[in-house]
Design a protein around this ligand. Structure first.
Ligand code: FES
Ligand SMILES: [Fe+2]
Length: 386
């Protein structure tokens, strides 16, 4: 009997070639809303942050009127990038090169030696080029166009499929923030995030507290939604065994793990809410930055909960392989850390892609259907169908 084999949609070059990478940068990452941070990152006039959004570098700054504005981070003189990373300026933004100066609302206010060197210059036409900033679920997003429409046009349809978390009521736990440079293409990282098939295999020791067999998942437009309930053994006594204070009411427990296009994963669980931001750096290099919010509770409440649940986690969390089995203490496969397991799997997969012997043998009908759908969405963007 022959069975039709499900196969991948994208060719292997999509994961290895600079040309594919450049097309994705131009046609996907330079044209869509890009996650820029949490709303509290900019809370007073003069505070700013800049992000690379595909080919565009965009900064957000709070004006003296406390409004957030976004601009292309390009001096209108000869283009020098104005601001670096995150910071606070006083009343103005001055280019380091020839000191052209803009106010917080983007107007060009002073040009050194203007009378001698730039007769008849109309400064009104040389304000910073506006981009857009919007806020959604406590997150800042930027868009390169000045008038891209509301962010709800982009996320509105997927929102009902996300977790019921009241994100703004949770607080960031800064020590939990991470940044990993993964030696793999960004789509490998995203595909790993939305691969349902791997959950009970790669993560057999680390994610057993969720019931993967009862997961519900699928795409809403270009965005992926995923939800799964707690495993029975964990749900039974969850108030005692949760590692941190619960952030959801008892009748809404479970994990929503969406992947918003292109490359913003959320991890919305019974105890925390986090962002998993996938930033392509090169065809075979991807940065993943995570930030986590937890319940706004006292240190005492956190340590009590950790103490009460310690024995449970000691029993139910383990590496995929035992240390004795692998003979190495410092190995992602013995670490008991699901993120380390994912990074390892992504990098090991990328290593094979340039071999002439590499081919995809088959793709799971259900559990890998999101992988194929994501590939189709990428292709649709590159070929102008979306
Ligand atoms: S490039 Fe900015 S002042 Fe000259
Ligand atoms: Fe995973």
């Amino acid at each position: 009997m022959t069975v039709a084999r499900m196969m991948h949609v994208l060719p292997v070059e999509a994961y290895t070639s600079q040309e594919w990478f450049d097309r994705e940068q131009a046609q996907i990452f330079s044209k869509l809303w890009r996650f820029a941070g949490f709303s509290e990152d900019i809370s007073e006039p003069g505070q700013y942050l800049s992000v690379q959004a595909g080919l565009n570098n965009i900064f957000i700054v709070m004006g003296r009127d406390r409004r957030l504005r976004a601009f292309h981070n390009i001096c209108r003189h000869r283009g020098t990038q104005l601001l670096r990373a995150v910071g606070k300026t006083q009343k103005a933004i001055t280019c380091p090169y020839h000191d052209w100066t803009y106010d917080l609302e983007g107007r060009l206010v002073s040009v050194p030696e203007e009378a001698e060197e730039f007769t008849g210059l109309n400064k009104n036409c040389l304000g910073l080029k506006p981009a857009s900033v919007d806020l959604w679920r406590g997150m800042l997003f930027v868009h390169p166009e000045p008038d891209p429409g509301s962010i709800m046009e982009w996320f509105g349809k997927v929102e009902p499929h996300l977790g019921p978390h009241k994100v703004e009521e949770l607080v960031e736990y800064p020590q939990a923030a991470t940044s990993h440079d993964i030696k793999a293409n960004w789509k490998i990282v995203v595909e790993n995030y939305i691969d349902v098939y791997h959950l009970s295999h790669l993560h057999s020791g680390t994610l057993a507290m969720y019931d993967h067999a009862r997961a519900k998942y699928g795409f809403v437009g270009p965005h992926y939604a995923f939800w799964e309930p707690l495993a029975e053994f964990y749900a039974r006594d969850v108030e005692k065994n949760a590692p941190m204070p619960l952030v959801l009411p008892k009748d809404q427990l479970g994990a929503s793990v969406p992947m918003l296009f292109p490359g913003l994963g959320l991890g919305e669980s019974e105890t925390s809410w986090s962002t998993f931001h996938v930033i392509p750096l090169a065809p075979d290099l991807t940065r993943v930055e995570t930030r986590t919010r937890v319940k706004n509770a006292s240190d005492w409440e956190f340590s009590t909960q950790e103490w009460r649940s310690g024995a449970f986690w000691g029993k139910h969390i383990s590496g995929k392989y035992a240390v004795e089995e692998l003979g190495e203490a410092e190995d992602p496969m013995t670490s008991g850390d699901f993120m380390a397991e994912d990074v390892y799997a992504c990098e090991q997969q990328q290593k094979s892609l340039k071999s002439p012997y590499f081919e995809v043998g088959a793709s799971a009908e259900q559990g890998e259907s999101p992988v194929r759908q994501h590939q189709q969405i990428v292709l649709d963007f590159l070929e102008g169908r979306r």
